[in-house]
Write a protein that binds this ligand. Sequence first.
Ligand SMILES: *Cc1c(COP(=O)(O)O)cnc(C)c1O
Length: 494
Amino acid sequence: MQYTSTRDKNLHLTGSQAIAQGLSPEGGLLVPENFPHLSAEDLDGLKRVSYPERAARVMSLFLDDFSEEELKDFSDRAYSRFDTPTVTPLRILNGNTFCLELWHGPTCAFKDLALQMLPLLLTSALQKNGEDRKAFVLAATSGDTGKAALEGFRDVDRTKILTFYPQNGVSRIQKLQMVTQEGNNVGVCAVDGNFDDAQAGVKRLFTDPEIAARLDDKGFFLTSANSINWGRVLPQIVYYVSVYCQLRKAGAMPPDGHMNVCVPTGNFGNILAAYYAKKMGVPIGKLICASNSNNVLTDFIKTGTYDRNRTFYQTISPSMDILVSSNLERLLFDLSGEDDALIAGYMDQLSRDGKYTVTEEITAKIQDQFEAGFCDENMTRLTINSMWWDVNYLVDPHTAVAFQVLGRYRDRTGDESPAVVVSTASPYKFCGSVLEALGASGVANGGAELIGKLQNLTEVPAPAPLADLADREIRFTGCVEPDEMAGPVLEMLS
Ligand SMILES: *Cc1c(COP(=O)(O)O)cnc(C)c1O
Protein backbone atom coordinates (compact mmCIF):
# COMPACT_ATOMS: atom_id res chain seq x y z
CA MET A 1 0.00 0.00 0.00
CA GLN A 2 1.53 3.26 -1.17
CA TYR A 3 0.67 6.86 -0.34
CA THR A 4 0.78 9.90 -2.54
CA SER A 5 0.12 13.64 -2.27
CA THR A 6 -3.09 15.42 -3.25
CA ARG A 7 -0.91 18.01 -5.00
CA ASP A 8 1.81 15.82 -6.50
CA LYS A 9 1.11 12.31 -7.70
CA ASN A 10 4.78 11.68 -8.47
CA LEU A 11 5.30 11.21 -4.76
CA HIS A 12 5.17 7.64 -3.45
CA LEU A 13 5.53 6.83 0.24
CA THR A 14 4.96 3.83 2.47
CA GLY A 15 2.38 4.04 5.26
CA SER A 16 5.01 4.61 7.90
CA GLN A 17 6.67 7.32 5.83
CA ALA A 18 3.31 9.06 5.35
CA ILE A 19 2.71 9.05 9.09
CA ALA A 20 6.25 10.14 9.93
CA GLN A 21 6.03 13.08 7.48
CA GLY A 22 2.51 14.28 8.26
CA LEU A 23 2.33 16.69 5.33
CA SER A 24 3.76 16.47 1.81
CA PRO A 25 6.68 18.84 1.09
CA GLU A 26 4.72 20.92 -1.48
CA GLY A 27 1.83 21.39 0.99
CA GLY A 28 -0.49 18.61 -0.21
CA LEU A 29 -2.08 16.01 2.04
CA LEU A 30 -1.00 12.38 2.01
CA VAL A 31 -3.57 9.83 0.87
CA PRO A 32 -3.58 6.10 0.11
CA GLU A 33 -3.14 5.33 -3.60
CA ASN A 34 -6.00 2.82 -3.41
CA PHE A 35 -8.63 1.72 -0.93
CA PRO A 36 -9.05 -1.84 0.30
CA HIS A 37 -12.51 -3.35 0.00
CA LEU A 38 -14.38 -4.94 2.89
CA SER A 39 -16.64 -7.75 1.68
CA ALA A 40 -19.83 -8.77 3.49
CA GLU A 41 -17.80 -11.66 4.86
CA ASP A 42 -15.05 -9.36 6.17
CA LEU A 43 -17.67 -7.19 7.87
CA ASP A 44 -19.26 -10.25 9.38
CA GLY A 45 -15.89 -11.31 10.80
CA LEU A 46 -15.35 -7.82 12.23
CA LYS A 47 -18.74 -7.99 13.90
CA ARG A 48 -17.52 -10.87 16.06
CA VAL A 49 -14.40 -9.24 17.51
CA SER A 50 -13.62 -6.54 20.06
CA TYR A 51 -13.10 -2.88 19.17
CA PRO A 52 -9.29 -3.04 19.48
CA GLU A 53 -9.23 -6.10 17.22
CA ARG A 54 -11.43 -4.28 14.67
CA ALA A 55 -9.04 -1.36 14.79
CA ALA A 56 -5.99 -3.57 14.24
CA ARG A 57 -7.60 -5.39 11.31
CA VAL A 58 -8.84 -2.28 9.55
CA MET A 59 -5.60 -0.37 10.06
CA SER A 60 -3.49 -3.28 8.84
CA LEU A 61 -5.22 -3.05 5.45
CA PHE A 62 -3.68 0.40 5.07
CA LEU A 63 -0.35 -0.04 6.79
CA ASP A 64 1.48 -3.00 5.35
CA ASP A 65 4.80 -1.97 6.84
CA PHE A 66 3.39 -2.55 10.33
CA SER A 67 2.72 -6.12 11.49
CA GLU A 68 -0.76 -7.09 12.63
CA GLU A 69 0.62 -8.01 16.07
CA GLU A 70 2.18 -4.59 16.35
CA LEU A 71 -1.09 -2.88 15.44
CA LYS A 72 -3.03 -5.08 17.86
CA ASP A 73 -0.62 -4.13 20.62
CA PHE A 74 -1.08 -0.42 19.76
CA SER A 75 -4.86 -0.61 19.74
CA ASP A 76 -4.97 -2.55 23.01
CA ARG A 77 -2.89 0.21 24.57
CA ALA A 78 -4.67 3.11 22.89
CA TYR A 79 -8.19 1.98 23.78
CA SER A 80 -7.46 0.72 27.30
CA ARG A 81 -7.86 4.25 28.63
CA PHE A 82 -11.51 4.43 27.58
CA ASP A 83 -14.13 4.11 30.30
CA THR A 84 -16.07 1.33 28.56
CA PRO A 85 -14.88 -1.90 26.87
CA THR A 86 -17.04 -1.18 23.82
CA VAL A 87 -14.91 2.02 23.39
CA THR A 88 -17.60 3.70 21.22
CA PRO A 89 -20.98 2.85 22.78
CA LEU A 90 -24.08 3.23 20.64
CA ARG A 91 -27.18 4.77 22.19
CA ILE A 92 -30.49 3.74 20.70
CA LEU A 93 -32.81 6.74 20.85
CA ASN A 94 -35.71 5.32 18.89
CA GLY A 95 -36.25 2.69 16.20
CA ASN A 96 -34.16 4.44 13.58
CA THR A 97 -32.08 7.06 15.39
CA PHE A 98 -28.81 6.12 17.01
CA CYS A 99 -26.11 8.11 18.69
CA LEU A 100 -22.49 6.97 18.49
CA GLU A 101 -20.77 8.28 21.62
CA LEU A 102 -17.16 8.99 20.74
CA TRP A 103 -16.22 10.74 23.95
CA HIS A 104 -15.41 7.95 26.38
CA GLY A 105 -11.64 8.50 26.19
CA PRO A 106 -9.32 10.35 28.60
CA THR A 107 -10.17 13.88 27.35
CA CYS A 108 -13.90 13.33 26.71
CA ALA A 109 -13.89 14.26 23.01
CA PHE A 110 -13.81 12.14 19.87
CA LYS A 111 -10.25 13.26 19.15
CA ASP A 112 -9.08 10.61 21.64
CA LEU A 113 -9.98 7.82 19.21
CA ALA A 114 -7.21 9.04 16.93
CA LEU A 115 -4.88 10.79 19.33
CA GLN A 116 -4.43 7.89 21.70
CA MET A 117 -3.30 5.93 18.64
CA LEU A 118 -1.23 8.49 16.70
CA PRO A 119 1.75 8.69 19.13
CA LEU A 120 2.18 4.91 18.96
CA LEU A 121 1.99 4.90 15.17
CA LEU A 122 4.25 7.91 14.89
CA THR A 123 7.08 6.79 17.17
CA SER A 124 7.06 3.37 15.53
CA ALA A 125 7.00 4.96 12.05
CA LEU A 126 10.05 7.03 12.94
CA GLN A 127 11.93 3.95 14.07
CA LYS A 128 10.99 2.04 10.92
CA ASN A 129 12.41 4.82 8.78
CA GLY A 130 15.71 5.04 10.63
CA GLU A 131 14.88 8.52 11.87
CA ASP A 132 17.15 9.22 14.78
CA ARG A 133 15.99 12.74 15.40
CA LYS A 134 13.19 13.26 17.88
CA ALA A 135 9.69 14.47 16.96
CA PHE A 136 8.53 17.98 17.87
CA VAL A 137 4.76 17.83 17.57
CA LEU A 138 3.04 21.10 16.81
CA ALA A 139 -0.75 21.42 16.92
CA ALA A 140 -3.27 24.19 16.44
CA THR A 141 -6.46 23.47 18.27
CA SER A 142 -10.00 24.71 18.23
CA GLY A 143 -10.30 23.23 21.70
CA ASP A 144 -10.41 19.47 21.72
CA THR A 145 -7.43 18.49 19.58
CA GLY A 146 -4.97 20.27 21.83
CA LYS A 147 -5.95 18.46 24.96
CA ALA A 148 -6.28 15.10 23.23
CA ALA A 149 -2.87 15.49 21.58
CA LEU A 150 -1.25 16.57 24.85
CA GLU A 151 -2.72 13.57 26.63
CA GLY A 152 -1.70 11.23 23.80
CA PHE A 153 1.91 12.42 23.63
CA ARG A 154 2.41 13.14 27.29
CA ASP A 155 5.75 11.62 28.39
CA VAL A 156 6.05 9.61 25.18
CA ASP A 157 9.73 8.93 24.60
CA ARG A 158 11.58 10.93 21.92
CA THR A 159 8.77 13.47 21.52
CA LYS A 160 7.88 16.98 22.63
CA ILE A 161 4.49 18.54 22.05
CA LEU A 162 3.36 22.16 21.88
CA THR A 163 -0.24 23.20 21.28
CA PHE A 164 -1.62 26.62 20.41
CA TYR A 165 -5.24 27.53 21.10
CA PRO A 166 -7.26 30.68 20.20
CA GLN A 167 -7.35 32.89 23.30
CA ASN A 168 -11.10 33.39 23.40
CA GLY A 169 -12.20 30.57 21.16
CA VAL A 170 -12.43 27.62 23.54
CA SER A 171 -14.70 26.80 26.47
CA ARG A 172 -13.54 27.38 30.05
CA ILE A 173 -13.44 23.67 30.68
CA GLN A 174 -11.39 23.09 27.53
CA LYS A 175 -8.96 25.82 28.51
CA LEU A 176 -8.65 24.46 32.02
CA GLN A 177 -8.04 20.97 30.67
CA MET A 178 -5.13 22.29 28.60
CA VAL A 179 -3.47 24.71 30.99
CA THR A 180 -3.41 22.04 33.71
CA GLN A 181 -1.81 19.43 31.42
CA GLU A 182 0.74 17.24 33.15
CA GLY A 183 3.88 15.74 31.64
CA ASN A 184 7.54 16.71 31.13
CA ASN A 185 7.50 17.09 27.35
CA VAL A 186 4.43 19.32 26.94
CA GLY A 187 3.76 23.01 26.23
CA VAL A 188 0.55 25.02 25.85
CA CYS A 189 0.20 28.59 24.58
CA ALA A 190 -2.73 30.87 23.72
CA VAL A 191 -2.81 32.85 20.45
CA ASP A 192 -4.38 36.28 20.27
CA GLY A 193 -6.67 35.40 17.34
CA ASN A 194 -9.15 32.78 16.15
CA PHE A 195 -8.59 29.14 15.20
CA ASP A 196 -7.75 29.94 11.60
CA ASP A 197 -5.05 32.39 12.77
CA ALA A 198 -3.60 29.68 14.98
CA GLN A 199 -3.74 27.08 12.22
CA ALA A 200 -2.21 29.45 9.65
CA GLY A 201 0.55 30.26 12.17
CA VAL A 202 1.34 26.58 12.62
CA LYS A 203 1.44 26.11 8.85
CA ARG A 204 3.93 28.98 8.59
CA LEU A 205 6.16 27.43 11.24
CA PHE A 206 6.20 24.21 9.22
CA THR A 207 7.65 25.98 6.19
CA ASP A 208 10.03 28.29 8.08
CA PRO A 209 13.60 27.21 7.24
CA GLU A 210 15.04 28.96 10.26
CA ILE A 211 12.79 27.05 12.67
CA ALA A 212 13.74 23.80 10.91
CA ALA A 213 17.44 24.61 11.36
CA ARG A 214 17.08 25.51 15.04
CA LEU A 215 15.16 22.28 15.68
CA ASP A 216 17.69 20.24 13.74
CA ASP A 217 20.51 21.68 15.91
CA LYS A 218 18.75 20.20 18.92
CA GLY A 219 18.08 16.84 17.27
CA PHE A 220 14.39 17.50 16.53
CA PHE A 221 12.19 17.82 13.48
CA LEU A 222 8.66 19.22 13.24
CA THR A 223 5.63 17.06 12.79
CA SER A 224 1.90 17.55 13.08
CA ALA A 225 -0.87 16.14 15.24
CA ASN A 226 -3.56 18.01 13.31
CA SER A 227 -6.12 16.01 11.40
CA ILE A 228 -4.07 16.47 8.26
CA ASN A 229 -1.85 13.57 9.44
CA TRP A 230 -2.95 10.26 7.93
CA GLY A 231 -2.35 8.69 11.34
CA ARG A 232 -5.31 10.77 12.57
CA VAL A 233 -7.72 9.91 9.77
CA LEU A 234 -7.10 6.17 9.74
CA PRO A 235 -8.21 5.37 13.32
CA GLN A 236 -11.38 7.35 12.59
CA ILE A 237 -12.34 5.07 9.71
CA VAL A 238 -12.43 2.26 12.28
CA TYR A 239 -15.45 3.55 14.20
CA TYR A 240 -17.54 3.83 11.06
CA VAL A 241 -16.79 0.19 10.31
CA SER A 242 -17.48 -0.58 13.94
CA VAL A 243 -20.81 1.23 14.15
CA TYR A 244 -22.11 -0.86 11.27
CA CYS A 245 -21.06 -3.99 13.21
CA GLN A 246 -22.73 -2.61 16.34
CA LEU A 247 -25.99 -1.91 14.51
CA ARG A 248 -26.04 -5.36 12.96
CA LYS A 249 -25.26 -6.96 16.31
CA ALA A 250 -28.07 -5.02 17.99
CA GLY A 251 -30.43 -6.36 15.31
CA ALA A 252 -31.13 -2.75 14.34
CA MET A 253 -30.40 -3.17 10.64
CA PRO A 254 -31.14 -5.93 8.10
CA PRO A 255 -28.18 -7.54 6.27
CA ASP A 256 -28.92 -5.56 3.09
CA GLY A 257 -29.77 -2.31 4.88
CA HIS A 258 -27.83 0.91 4.94
CA MET A 259 -27.37 3.72 7.44
CA ASN A 260 -27.09 7.46 7.02
CA VAL A 261 -24.53 9.23 9.17
CA CYS A 262 -24.75 12.79 10.43
CA VAL A 263 -21.48 14.35 11.54
CA PRO A 264 -20.88 17.69 13.31
CA THR A 265 -18.12 19.01 11.12
CA GLY A 266 -15.21 21.44 11.42
CA ASN A 267 -11.98 20.52 9.71
CA PHE A 268 -13.76 17.76 7.74
CA GLY A 269 -11.64 14.92 9.20
CA ASN A 270 -14.42 13.00 10.90
CA ILE A 271 -16.86 13.01 7.99
CA LEU A 272 -14.01 12.25 5.57
CA ALA A 273 -13.36 9.06 7.54
CA ALA A 274 -17.04 8.15 7.05
CA TYR A 275 -16.68 8.78 3.32
CA TYR A 276 -13.63 6.51 3.20
CA ALA A 277 -15.48 3.79 5.16
CA LYS A 278 -18.30 4.01 2.61
CA LYS A 279 -15.78 3.78 -0.22
CA MET A 280 -14.43 0.59 1.39
CA GLY A 281 -17.85 -1.03 1.31
CA VAL A 282 -19.49 -0.11 4.63
CA PRO A 283 -23.19 0.36 3.73
CA ILE A 284 -23.51 4.07 4.39
CA GLY A 285 -26.18 6.01 2.51
CA LYS A 286 -26.06 9.78 2.89
CA LEU A 287 -23.17 11.55 4.57
CA ILE A 288 -24.84 14.48 6.30
CA CYS A 289 -22.46 17.32 7.01
CA ALA A 290 -23.67 19.44 9.94
CA SER A 291 -22.23 22.92 10.56
CA ASN A 292 -22.91 25.74 13.01
CA SER A 293 -23.23 29.42 11.95
CA ASN A 294 -19.83 29.10 10.27
CA ASN A 295 -21.62 27.43 7.39
CA VAL A 296 -18.95 27.56 4.70
CA LEU A 297 -19.31 23.80 4.09
CA THR A 298 -23.11 23.97 3.80
CA ASP A 299 -22.74 26.57 1.05
CA PHE A 300 -19.98 24.61 -0.63
CA ILE A 301 -21.92 21.36 -0.76
CA LYS A 302 -24.99 23.18 -2.09
CA THR A 303 -23.19 25.28 -4.72
CA GLY A 304 -19.72 23.95 -5.51
CA THR A 305 -18.15 27.27 -4.48
CA TYR A 306 -15.95 27.33 -1.41
CA ASP A 307 -15.73 30.87 -0.10
CA ARG A 308 -14.03 31.69 3.16
CA ASN A 309 -14.55 35.44 2.75
CA ARG A 310 -17.26 35.81 5.34
CA THR A 311 -17.83 36.75 8.95
CA PHE A 312 -16.27 34.41 11.46
CA TYR A 313 -18.63 33.56 14.35
CA GLN A 314 -17.59 32.46 17.78
CA THR A 315 -20.21 29.94 18.77
CA ILE A 316 -21.09 27.62 21.62
CA SER A 317 -19.78 24.75 19.43
CA PRO A 318 -16.21 26.12 19.13
CA SER A 319 -14.64 22.99 17.69
CA MET A 320 -16.62 23.70 14.53
CA ASP A 321 -15.69 27.38 14.32
CA ILE A 322 -13.58 26.91 11.23
CA LEU A 323 -13.55 28.65 7.86
CA VAL A 324 -10.89 26.54 6.15
CA SER A 325 -11.64 22.83 6.41
CA SER A 326 -8.29 21.26 5.54
CA ASN A 327 -9.43 17.69 4.98
CA LEU A 328 -11.84 18.69 2.23
CA GLU A 329 -8.76 18.60 0.00
CA ARG A 330 -8.62 14.82 0.35
CA LEU A 331 -12.26 14.45 -0.70
CA LEU A 332 -11.77 16.69 -3.74
CA PHE A 333 -8.69 14.73 -4.76
CA ASP A 334 -10.70 11.54 -4.69
CA LEU A 335 -13.77 12.92 -6.46
CA SER A 336 -11.71 14.62 -9.17
CA GLY A 337 -10.27 11.26 -10.22
CA GLU A 338 -7.05 12.11 -8.37
CA ASP A 339 -6.33 15.20 -10.43
CA ASP A 340 -3.36 16.61 -8.48
CA ALA A 341 -2.89 19.65 -10.72
CA LEU A 342 -6.55 20.63 -10.39
CA ILE A 343 -6.40 20.32 -6.59
CA ALA A 344 -3.15 22.28 -6.38
CA GLY A 345 -4.90 24.99 -8.41
CA TYR A 346 -7.92 25.12 -6.09
CA MET A 347 -5.73 25.34 -3.01
CA ASP A 348 -3.68 28.05 -4.63
CA GLN A 349 -6.86 30.06 -5.33
CA LEU A 350 -7.99 29.46 -1.77
CA SER A 351 -4.83 30.93 -0.31
CA ARG A 352 -4.78 33.81 -2.84
CA ASP A 353 -8.46 34.80 -3.09
CA GLY A 354 -10.01 32.83 -0.25
CA LYS A 355 -12.27 30.99 -2.68
CA TYR A 356 -12.54 28.49 -5.50
CA THR A 357 -15.28 26.77 -7.49
CA VAL A 358 -15.03 23.09 -8.34
CA THR A 359 -16.20 21.63 -11.67
CA GLU A 360 -19.86 20.77 -12.23
CA GLU A 361 -18.87 17.13 -12.36
CA ILE A 362 -17.28 17.25 -8.91
CA THR A 363 -20.23 19.22 -7.53
CA ALA A 364 -22.62 16.56 -8.81
CA LYS A 365 -20.55 13.78 -7.24
CA ILE A 366 -20.50 15.60 -3.91
CA GLN A 367 -24.27 16.15 -3.98
CA ASP A 368 -24.84 12.52 -4.82
CA GLN A 369 -23.27 11.39 -1.54
CA PHE A 370 -23.40 14.37 0.81
CA GLU A 371 -26.17 16.41 2.35
CA ALA A 372 -25.51 19.56 4.32
CA GLY A 373 -27.19 21.83 6.77
CA PHE A 374 -26.37 24.27 9.53
CA CYS A 375 -27.81 25.30 12.84
CA ASP A 376 -27.53 28.69 14.52
CA GLU A 377 -26.97 29.38 18.22
CA ASN A 378 -30.61 29.62 19.20
CA MET A 379 -31.51 26.41 17.44
CA THR A 380 -28.53 24.67 19.05
CA ARG A 381 -29.75 25.68 22.52
CA LEU A 382 -33.32 24.67 21.73
CA THR A 383 -32.10 21.28 20.56
CA ILE A 384 -30.07 20.66 23.72
CA ASN A 385 -33.15 21.62 25.69
CA SER A 386 -35.61 19.43 23.81
CA MET A 387 -33.24 16.45 23.61
CA TRP A 388 -33.05 16.56 27.38
CA TRP A 389 -36.65 17.27 28.33
CA ASP A 390 -38.29 15.21 25.54
CA VAL A 391 -35.88 12.31 25.00
CA ASN A 392 -33.98 12.39 28.30
CA TYR A 393 -30.66 12.42 26.50
CA LEU A 394 -28.02 15.00 27.41
CA VAL A 395 -25.98 16.28 24.45
CA ASP A 396 -23.19 18.80 24.02
CA PRO A 397 -23.63 21.72 21.57
CA HIS A 398 -21.71 20.02 18.70
CA THR A 399 -23.85 16.91 18.90
CA ALA A 400 -26.97 19.09 19.17
CA VAL A 401 -26.08 20.76 15.86
CA ALA A 402 -25.99 17.33 14.24
CA PHE A 403 -29.35 16.26 15.71
CA GLN A 404 -30.97 19.43 14.48
CA VAL A 405 -29.53 19.06 10.97
CA LEU A 406 -30.59 15.40 10.80
CA GLY A 407 -34.14 16.30 11.85
CA ARG A 408 -34.42 18.89 9.15
CA TYR A 409 -32.96 16.54 6.54
CA ARG A 410 -35.63 13.99 7.43
CA ASP A 411 -38.42 16.58 7.32
CA ARG A 412 -37.25 17.78 3.94
CA THR A 413 -36.68 14.42 2.25
CA GLY A 414 -38.82 11.91 4.15
CA ASP A 415 -35.72 9.66 4.26
CA GLU A 416 -36.27 7.67 7.46
CA SER A 417 -33.35 5.23 6.95
CA PRO A 418 -31.54 4.29 10.16
CA ALA A 419 -29.35 7.26 10.97
CA VAL A 420 -26.32 7.48 13.20
CA VAL A 421 -25.62 10.84 14.78
CA VAL A 422 -22.00 11.11 15.74
CA SER A 423 -21.59 12.53 19.24
CA THR A 424 -18.22 14.22 19.40
CA ALA A 425 -17.93 15.53 22.94
CA SER A 426 -19.22 14.89 26.44
CA PRO A 427 -21.83 17.50 27.43
CA TYR A 428 -19.67 18.14 30.50
CA LYS A 429 -16.94 19.69 28.35
CA PHE A 430 -19.37 22.50 27.55
CA CYS A 431 -21.38 22.57 30.75
CA GLY A 432 -21.84 26.38 30.80
CA SER A 433 -23.63 26.35 27.44
CA VAL A 434 -25.51 23.17 28.25
CA LEU A 435 -26.75 24.53 31.59
CA GLU A 436 -27.85 27.74 29.92
CA ALA A 437 -29.73 25.79 27.28
CA LEU A 438 -31.49 23.81 29.99
CA GLY A 439 -32.65 27.05 31.54
CA ALA A 440 -30.28 27.28 34.53
CA SER A 441 -29.41 30.79 35.73
CA GLY A 442 -26.19 32.37 36.99
CA VAL A 443 -23.85 30.34 34.80
CA ALA A 444 -22.51 33.10 32.55
CA ASN A 445 -18.98 33.30 33.95
CA GLY A 446 -18.81 29.94 35.63
CA GLY A 447 -15.84 27.60 35.58
CA ALA A 448 -15.26 24.05 36.71
CA GLU A 449 -17.86 24.28 39.49
CA LEU A 450 -20.52 24.09 36.75
CA ILE A 451 -19.69 20.42 36.33
CA GLY A 452 -21.24 19.70 39.73
CA LYS A 453 -24.17 21.95 38.93
CA LEU A 454 -24.99 20.10 35.72
CA GLN A 455 -24.62 16.81 37.51
CA ASN A 456 -27.05 17.89 40.23
CA LEU A 457 -29.59 19.08 37.70
CA THR A 458 -29.55 16.04 35.42
CA GLU A 459 -28.19 13.22 37.58
CA VAL A 460 -26.12 12.17 34.57
CA PRO A 461 -22.68 11.35 36.01
CA ALA A 462 -19.76 13.54 34.86
CA PRO A 463 -16.86 11.63 33.25
CA ALA A 464 -14.06 10.93 35.72
CA PRO A 465 -11.35 12.97 33.89
CA LEU A 466 -13.43 16.16 34.25
CA ALA A 467 -14.64 15.66 37.79
CA ASP A 468 -11.42 16.85 39.55
CA LEU A 469 -10.40 19.62 37.12
CA ALA A 470 -10.90 22.45 39.58
CA ASP A 471 -8.23 21.07 41.90
CA ARG A 472 -5.44 20.79 39.33
CA GLU A 473 -2.47 23.15 39.22
CA ILE A 474 -2.41 25.70 36.37
CA ARG A 475 0.91 25.24 34.56
CA PHE A 476 0.62 27.38 31.39
CA THR A 477 -0.37 31.05 31.16
CA GLY A 478 1.40 32.34 27.99
CA CYS A 479 -0.29 34.15 25.09
CA VAL A 480 1.32 35.35 21.82
CA GLU A 481 0.36 37.24 18.66
CA PRO A 482 -0.17 35.06 15.55
CA ASP A 483 3.12 36.28 14.06
CA GLU A 484 5.08 35.50 17.22
CA MET A 485 4.38 31.81 17.42
CA ALA A 486 8.02 30.83 16.81
CA GLY A 487 8.87 32.12 20.29
CA PRO A 488 7.30 29.35 22.36
CA VAL A 489 8.80 26.72 20.02
CA LEU A 490 12.32 28.02 20.57
CA GLU A 491 11.66 28.37 24.28
CA MET A 492 10.72 24.71 24.56
CA LEU A 493 13.96 23.75 22.83
CA SER A 494 16.23 25.58 25.24
C1 LIG B 1 -12.92 18.39 16.35
C2 LIG B 1 -14.35 18.39 16.70
C3 LIG B 1 -15.33 18.48 15.72
C4 LIG B 1 -14.99 18.64 14.25
O1 LIG B 1 -14.39 17.48 13.71
P1 LIG B 1 -13.61 17.58 12.33
O2 LIG B 1 -12.98 16.25 12.16
O3 LIG B 1 -12.60 18.67 12.49
O4 LIG B 1 -14.61 17.89 11.29
C5 LIG B 1 -16.65 18.41 16.10
N1 LIG B 1 -17.00 18.32 17.40
C6 LIG B 1 -16.08 18.24 18.36
C7 LIG B 1 -16.53 18.16 19.78
C8 LIG B 1 -14.72 18.26 18.06
O5 LIG B 1 -13.82 18.19 19.03
